[in-house]
Design a protein around this ligand. Sequence first.
Ligand SMILES: *Cc1c(COP(=O)(O)O)cnc(C)c1O
Length: 403
Amino acid sequence: MEDETTVYEELGVPRVVNAAGTKTRIGGSLIRPEAVEAMSRAAEAFARLSDLQVRAGELISEVTGAEAGYVGSGAAACMTLAAAAAIAGDDLGTMARLPDTDGVPNEIVMPRTHRNGYDHAFRAAGAEIVDVGNNDNYLGTGSNSTEPWELADAITDDTVAVGYMQKVFSTPPLEDVVDVAHEHDVPVIVDAAAEVPPRENLSAFVEAGADMVVFSGGKAIRGPQTTGILAGKREYVRSAALQHLDMHVAESVWEPPTELFDKDALDGVPRQGIGRPLKVGKEELVGLIAALEAFLEEDQTELDAEWEARLAIVEEGLADIPGVTTRREPGGKLMVAPETYVDVDPEAAAVDAVELVGSLRTETPRIFVGSDDLSDGGFTVNPMCLTDDEAAYVAERIREATT
Ligand SMILES: *Cc1c(COP(=O)(O)O)cnc(C)c1O
């Protein structure tokens, strides 16, 4: 396997064997062959991006049950577009001023436990995050981290949306948050970037009442890395499109697709909007459509069996190493796939977990494993982005480093 030459080696860039799952910093996932093929064909001819957005939007609407859909350059980009839509609505003046929100309502209320590094994407549009609640869930008293009344209390005339990060452990339940938000006439934006599979989640949050939901196109959907899906109410998708599409147009001959917006309802042609740096090309749009269609066709039971078999290769490869024990963790919790947890006992093995994970990264090819559990003296192997050969290579290098 080490002798195979990838384009990265040709460029003098170390290749990575990805045992960490769909992590953006090491390349996310591999784009599906169907999507690569479609992207390559998209590179041979032209189409209006707005027409491609309409086509992608129809598919997104069909699979999510949302009124409309749109594609941005990642789930984070779609969070920025969602915030911009919540702040500006159809107001061209506000669109032109963003991220400056002087005198314009711009607050996004969030449960404090939902705050995470990606909420910078909301703030990039000019939103200010108002968080409520605390960490009481972890006191072991049965009390909640965020009460619905706290959200209600924080919603004022300056509120434009409620933000919700969807994870299996997220509280309060999305339905309760939707009730509070809608009672106060503000939309709910759900960050569900990594929440598929299960495929039913594509529609679950729209069904629960969310007004805008974002998914990453470059994780398990295996579309281009630089795609994200925005599914939501037509009014928000319309605003997002107006703030994202290239707007250097000749007004006299400008006929944008009516599915996206009615140009006669606008006061004129908008300027390049806050979303313009988040552009997606024709190749990405076509690639995402192909990937989403293939993702829907995929048999998850078969894929799960493949993942389990790949982990078995790793576990067999690590059997009987002093100080190294493995344990299978089921998928469907924090990670969508099952994982192998590898515990390293530094007394019995030649190294500790930190040294081992660090040294795996300097192998040729480099090996990246899941590093969330280093403080407990362990790490994880995720099968989603590995081949069977690579799984054997990962086990072999771990054995070499620990014995
Ligand atoms: C991955 C992720 C994102 C960002 O997705 P991109 O498609 O890489 O922009 C946002 N939020 C959460 C919770 C994520 O896991």
